[in-house]
Design a binder for this molecule. Structure first.
Ligand code: CP3
Length: 344
């Protein structure tokens, strides 16, 4: 394998930076919408390896991205743990909020096995993907997944989940432990099926007190990575503590991740200064600039390239949204690779 992404993750400073985009497979692509329309619902879609592998490969085919990211969701793990999850159009994920008593009944044994059709997707993608493209597997960070399990849906403040952690520390610790064990098994299964890189999406790291960041994010993430490594998995792990601000530095230094994805709100040059010349970083084009296009987007891409200064994977600070124009994704890639870029 001769993947530029893997070289960067091993600490090489490659020019131009290899590129992929979070949510590169999704509703901005007509070929995605076509497959999506043939699926019963979003979860069934994720659990159908033929369809999920097809949409995983679509953005690599169309854009020549340097990596494919497994098409799945961070909320499949609660299904493996015996909770019900569904996705409602226009709202997003809906779960039955978990209680302290329910936490004792989580089906930790075999949780990853119950969602193992995802491993089939991984091996199907790996068998069809060019050798020089990396396949990225992922899971949600234990805290982020716990917020959905406790609150039952996305919430702006996560206050219900934060209160639950303060008021029921034992139940919270049991829930995080269940997520650490099942997510580790899930990542191990993905790596064994052919994922070359793993990524942990801790999307709701913002706004936590130092105490809660330590107990809800740092400790579970360390335990998760330790379990994955203890199973003999050596592939690089990218961490994405979105919105953690200054706390993302100890996250990068102490959890055991090999590279850090930087969200929209932080500066790449600041991250570089804090983490040193050799630490691989990923990010962090403003997704809003990608939606706006034109010279706004050109300038934003230029700033990212100027700020990276070392091992870097070009990406967004968050995901591609449905209103993004295909021409602008092409233009960003061409720009990053030093070719003529036609922004619209
Ligand atoms: O990045 C990729 O292309 C890989 C696949 C992927 C999806 N979700 C597919 C998806 C990944 C890595 C995720 C992670 C995920 N899922 C996160 C963490 C990353 C982040 O965005 O911060 C979170 C918080 C979720 C939970 C989730 N899944 C929400 C809140 C939603 C609804 C929002 C929306 O855009 O509708 C989803 C659904 C979802 N997951 C879609 C996709 C492509 C849209 C579903 C559709 O096609 O209708």
């Amino acid at each position: 394998m001769n993947s530029k992404i893997l070289s960067v993750l091993q600490g090489s400073n490659i020019e131009p930076s290899p590129i992929w985009m979070m949510r590169q497979a999704g509703r901005h692509l007509p070929e995605y919408l076509e497959v999506r329309a043939s699926a019963k619902d979003f979860i069934d879609f994720c659990f159908t390896p033929k369809k999920a592998s097809e949409v995983t490969l679509q953005p690599v085919r169309r854009y020549d991205m340097d990596a494919a990211i497994l098409f799945a969701d961070i909320l499949l793990i609660p299904i493996g743990l015996g909770r019900d999850v569904h996705f409602e159009k226009g709202i997003g994920p809906i779960l039955t909020p978990i209680t302290a008593n329910d936490i004792l009944k989580l089906t930790i044994d075999g949780a990853a096995e119950r969602i193992s059709s995802v491993f089939e997707t991984v091996s199907l993608v790996r068998s069809e993907l060019d050798k020089d493209k990396a396949l990225i597997g992922f899971c949600g960070g234990p805290w982020t997944v716990a917020t959905y399990m406790i609150e039952g849906r996305g919430s702006p403040t996560k206050e219900v989940a934060k209160r639950f952690a303060y008021n029921h520390p034992e139940a919270m610790s049991d829930l995080l432990e269940a997520l650490v064990i099942s997510s580790a098994d899930y990542l191990i299964g993905q790596a064994k099926a052919g994922a070359d890189v793993l990524k942990i999406f801790e999307s709701w790291s913002e706004g936590l007190s130092p105490y809660q960041f330590e107990t809800l994010v740092m400790e579970p993430t360390k335990a998760l990575i330790k379990r994955v490594r203890a199973a003999g998995i050596t592939v690089p792990i990218i961490g994405f503590p979105r919105g953690a601000g200054e706390k993302s530095i100890i996250y990068a230094q102490e959890t055991g991740i090999n590279a850090m994805a930087i969200g929209t709100e932080s500066s790449l040059s600041w991250a570089r200064e804090q983490l040193g010349a050799d630490f691989p970083i990923q990010g962090n084009l403003d997704p809003l600039a990608l939606r706006i296009g034109g010279s706004v987007l050109r300038d934003a891409v230029e700033r990212v390239l100027q700020d990276a200064n070392g091992p870097h994977i070009f990406n967004l600070g968050h995901g591609v949204s449905p209103d993004v124009k295909i021409e602008n994704v092409h233009a960003v890639i061409n720009h990053v690779r030093g070719h003529e870029a036609n922004y619209v």
